[in-house]
Design a binder for this molecule. Structure first.
Ligand code: NAD
Ligand code: GLY
Length: 362
């Protein structure tokens, strides 16, 4: 499979996303990165046995010393303690400010490694090597890095762009089915907010995507990254249009926080959150019911929940008020107006409560 590339245009912080099967073992994928006396691969206990040796082997011709920091797996470890384990490794091995960090894993590893790179000696280069569908189509691209605080998810972080993103599609073959579906939620998201032709394509290829057909995955990852690159290129720090990438995330965040983080996967909550945001768009007269039904059917076909947990409208509203998009307690929703275009705006609490009631069950 030829390597496809997507360019992220951010002036001096521009970089390429390389997409193909087998890139972990391809010499070309690792050429031209910053030179350094050492590299540090950050990964986790699930991904390391699968892919660490491949990356170590490929980097061995580029870096004289390769250190490894393998963190415990899971969203609950996206913490200060894990961040400190990375700093312990860097300082313990006397790594200098040229040291290149490699994030080998899903979005948790990517976000935490990026934040470590932003902080260590006030900034060292890092490379994203995403191994989940969600991280290949979304989290590895665009430079949002963070750890969680007990009071809120991703609340401590920085915008810090990687040197390169290397998406080896072959790694998706070992992903648990539930994680694959969670990644599809973020793929589907790009259709309603930016490209209805892409939504048509996903509808036609959802079975191939679930069967992990390499050609279908390659197109889905590439088109998703192109759309994300187009958005991030206009608004790196989310002062405007970048917020549309959070379609489904406001309701989704309330589901994740309301149930307790980790009960539903992020992508599952986003999938169901998109259904709820589509209903809200319909009740505001921005889209018709046929669009809501179409999106709901696709999300269900992708193996994602389309009915929310019945937490009660007050709980949803409470959690949505601490969303990062909220302004002075006013909830801002990403809504569809019309299909293929997103707007960010408020909605009356009573209407939101109606949507919660219509879309949730115990
Ligand atoms: P994750 O990183 O927890 O990975 C999911 C699971 O899959 C983990 O158990 C992981 O060890 C395992 N795994 C990873 N690659 C594998 C492989 N190839 N084969 C088998 N198992 C594999 O979750 P995720 O869905 O990748 O990312 C979610 C995180 O991303 C959240 O913390 C979220 O906040 C963050 N996120 C960030 C952004 C951003 O812009 N920075 C965007 C969206 C989500
Ligand atoms: N995942 C949302 C963003 O990168 O802005």
């Amino acid at each position: 499979m030829t390597t496809q590339t997507v360019h992220i245009d951010l002036g001096e912080r521009s970089y390429e996303i390389a997409i193909a099967s087998g890139l972990l073992d391809s010499a070309a994928a690792w050429q031209g990165l910053p030179k350094a006396g050492a590299a540090l691969i950050v990964t986790n206990d699930t991904v390391a046995p699968l892919y660490l040796a491949h990356l170590q082997h490929s980097l061995a011709t580029h870096y004289p010393v390769i250190h490894v920091c393998s963190l415990p797996d899971g969203e609950s470890y996206k913490t200060w303690d894990s961040l400190n384990l990375i700093f312990d490794e860097l300082l313990g091995k006397a790594c200098d400010r040229k040291t290149v960090l490699f994030a080998l894993g899903g979005g948790v590893i990517g976000d935490i490694t990026g934040f470590a790179a932003a902080c260590y000696m006030r900034g060292v280069p890092f490379v994203q090597v995403p191994t989940t569908l969600l991280s290949q189509v979304d989290s590895s691209v665009g430079g949002k890095t963070a750890i969680n605080h007990p009071i809120g998810k991703n609340m401590i972080g920085a915008f810090y762009q990687p040197e390169r993103v290397v998406c080896d599609l072959a790694t998706l073959q070992t992903l648990p089915p539930r994680e694959l579906s969670a990644g599809l939620a973020e793929v589907i998201k790009y259709g309603p907010i930016a490209d209805m032709a892409f939504l048509d394509w996903i509808e036609q290829h959802v079975h191939e995507l679930l069967a992990r057909d390499p050609q279908a995955l390659a197109y889905a990852v590439k088109r998703s990254c192109e759309i994300k690159a187009w958005v991030v290129g206009q608004d790196e720090r989310e002062s405007g249009i970048r917020a549309i990438l959070n379609f489904g995330h406001t309701f989704g965040h309330a589901i994740e926080a309301g149930l307790g983080f980790g009960v539903w996967l992020h992508g599952e909550a986003v999938g169901c959150g998109m259904v709820m945001a589509a209903h809200l768009s319909q009740r505001l007269g921005l889209v018709d019911m046929s669009f809501v039904d179409r999106l709901t059917a696709l999300i269900a076909k992708a193996g994602l929940p389309v009915t929310g947990p019945d937490l009660g409208a007050d709980v949803y509203l409470h959690h949505m008020r601490v969303d990062k998009k909220a302004e002075a307690g006013d909830i801002r929703f990403v809504l569809i107006d019309p299909p293929g275009k997103a707007v960010v705006r408020g909605a009356p609490d009573a209407l939101v409560a109606e949507v919660v009631q219509a879309c949730c069950r115990a």
